[in-house]
Design a protein around this ligand. Structure first.
Ligand code: ADP
Ligand code: ARG
Length: 356
């Protein structure tokens, strides 16, 4: 393992490897030379950005922004990575558009409950003028937690609930909440090596609405992850709740936004809408097909295991979500996921029928 604080060591490890990450692909020797001594206004370095990807050579993306300035300071590597990941030719992102909530044109994707266990949509948000994990101090984390908790108090009706700090939580409750898909993990080495667990658990926690369908994660990978989820396939209900919660919080908080990339997040894969709409879906037949990954890729979908990123599927149940988040609007990202999931359901049905 390289000395994780030394840029030279990290660079040596990744440049000599056969890593297929987007970071490795676009951080060519000449780009590296141009960027290696640059520092952002938050004190972020190239080492802070590539640390995780250089340690975890199997990373798909392999780079994080040390802070909101890193995307432009290290643009020679970030811009091509962003284009590559989000499949866009131009670095531009449309204004937010959540669609016509009274006339969405979709509802329950699985009214007979044959395929979908649960539906979840999340967006990430960063507080304006704060660094991301590698450049955040303990005091920053405490301050960000405080302003978030103050804003959460403005939620009313079905969104009203309570904030639970990670520090005040017993290990048993934490484990159960993580297994129930509500709480974030605390043991992902990929995030850990990106400085995501620095000062852990200071400033971290989770907000739940009383009905546990609206959640906010505080200071995990992003400053905020705003989440709406419920059992079954009613995408419209999940979406409307998310938009309601988000617009309420936006009245109290100022989020980091970039003219080219939309909402800013720690990881370039989340930029733009920052939106991941997913279903936990039972597809034991389709997932056995050799071309399952290609089918997902062709629909701009990303399959994950059911305990989150980097986990495995259990019993043919997959987490299927939109892959692209930048260069399209929020409602377009949700529609891309909806269309893809409808196609997945159609393919799984056909396979089920041929087995009969
Ligand atoms: P993120 O959504 O923040 O990118 P993960 O992929 O790690 O992060 O997922 C976080 C948690 O949310 C995990 O416990 C995962 O199983 C859960 N999750 C994701 N999608 C769904 C879903 N559709 N239904 C229930 N839980 C879900
Ligand atoms: N850095 C990891 C990779 O490149 C994760 C990327 C996306 N996931 C995330 N949680 N930001 O594979």
């Amino acid at each position: 393992m390289p000395d994780k604080s030394s840029l030279e060591n990290l660079w040596e490890r990744v440049s000599k490897s056969d890593s297929k990450s987007l970071m490795k692909k676009h951080l060519t020797p000449s780009v590296y030379k141009r960027l290696k001594d640059k520092v952002t206004n938050y004190g972020g370095s190239l080492a802070d950005c590539i640390r995780s990807g250089a340690v975890h050579l199997k990373s798909h993306c392999g780079i994080y922004a040390s802070d909101p300035d890193a995307y432009d300071t290290f643009s020679d590597v970030f811009y091509p990575v962003i284009k590559d990941y989000h499949k866009v030719d131009k670095l531009e992102h449309p204004a937010p558009d959540f669609g016509d909530l009274d006339d969405l044109g979709f509802g329950d994707l699985d009214p007979k409950n044959q395929f979908i266990n649960s539906t979840r949509i999340r967006v990430g948000r960063s507080h304006a003028n704060y660094g991301f994990p590698p450049t955040t101090s303990k005091d920053d984390r405490i301050e960000m937690e405080k302003i978030t908790v103050d804003a959460l108090r403005s939620l009313r009706g079905e969104l009203a609930g309570k904030y639970y700090s990670l520090q005040g939580m017993t290990p048993e409750v934490q484990k159960q909440m993580t297994e129930d898909h509500f709480l974030f993990r605390d043991d992902d080495p990929v995030l850990g090596d990106a400085n995501g667990y620095d000062d852990w658990p200071t400033g971290r926690g989770i907000f739940f609405s009383n009905n546990k369908k609206f959640l906010v994660w505080v200071n995990e990978e992003d400053h905020l992850r705003i989440i709406s989820m419920q059992q079954g396939g009613n995408l419209a209900e999940v979406w409307k709740r998310l938009v309601k919660g988000l617009t309420t919080l936006e009245k109290k908080l100022t989020f980091a936004h970039h003219p080219k990339f939309g909402y800013l997040t720690f990881c370039p894969t989340n930029l733009g809408t920052t939106l991941r709409a997913s279903v936990h879906i039972r597809i034991p037949n389709l997932s056995q097909r050799k071309d399952f990954k290609e089918v997902c890729e062709s629909l701009n979908l990303q399959p994950r295991g059911i305990h989150g990123e980097h986990s495995d599927s259990v019993g043919g149940v997959y987490d299927i979500s939109n892959k692209r988040r930048m260069g399209l609007s929020e409602i377009e990202a949700v529609q891309e996921m909806r269309k893809g999931v409808e196609k997945i359901i159609q393919l799984e049905s056909q396979l089920r029928n041929t087995k009969k």
